[in-house]
Design a protein around this ligand. Structure first.
Ligand SMILES: [Zn+2]
Length: 204
């Protein structure tokens, strides 16, 4: 089945794009767009501590790439030609390139199911810091692991794969990238591809 994430209209771009243009003295604009304050705070935490992340964002910004970070209610999934459905509410996160003519990729959508993350943490009485750290881990995986390679390549050749069955997960492209940034932030190393790499599993 071909699944394709679509944003609900272009309201997000309109709402967030002009801010950087207004102030020429503002620091280098992030190529990341989001209307969600929780995502924004996470991005600031990561950017402030990761040279790998900051360098990648500057390179993507220079080439005009964009990462849109969205909640599930901001996207629909095109399941078949004319049919759309809601984002799978059991999924924690997903990154999807917007593929243009000639397999070009200038925009990557990252959807994070914030309410699922928060409710899972609430059930185990997690601290605010634990929830923040897991959100940071998820965004590092989706943005630095998947979105950044697409946008640096500028086309679908930038696909950075998740582990396949039988492979040492730590050797997979997305996991190697994720762990490099995690190391800069002291967020531990992910050794397998299940949720046990997150605090919400309770096994950290
Ligand atoms: Zn992945």
């Amino acid at each position: 089945m071909v699944r394709k994430l679509l944003t609900m209209g272009s309201a997000l771009l309109i709402a967030t794009a002009p801010a950087a243009a207004q102030d020429p003295a503002a620091p280098l604009a992030d190529p990341i767009l989001t209307t969600n304050e929780t995502f924004r705070a996470s991005i600031e935490r990561i950017r402030g501590q990761s040279g790998l992340w900051s360098g990648a964002m500057a390179a993507i910004h220079a080439r005009g790439g964009r990462v849109l970070i969205l909640t599930p209610d901001q996207v629909v999934v095109r399941a078949e030609e004319s049919r759309t459905e809601s984002f799978d509410t059991t999924e924690l996160a997903e990154a999807a390139p917007v593929v243009g003519p000639g397999s070009t990729v200038g925009v990557v959508l990252v959807v994070v199911n914030l309410s699922l993350l928060e409710s899972a943490h609430a059930r185990r009485g997690a601290t605010v810091r634990e929830i923040e750290a897991d959100l940071d881990r998820i965004l590092i995986h989706e943005v630095y692991g998947h979105a950044v390679p697409y946008l640096l390549a500028g086309d679908t050749s930038g696909r950075c794969a998740d582990p396949v069955p039988g492979q040492d997960p730590r050797r997979a492209c997305s996991m190697r990238r994720e762990n490099a940034v995690r190391a800069e932030l002291g967020l531990g190393q992910r050794a397998d591809y299940t949720l046990s790499g997150l605090a919400l599993s309770g096994t950290r």
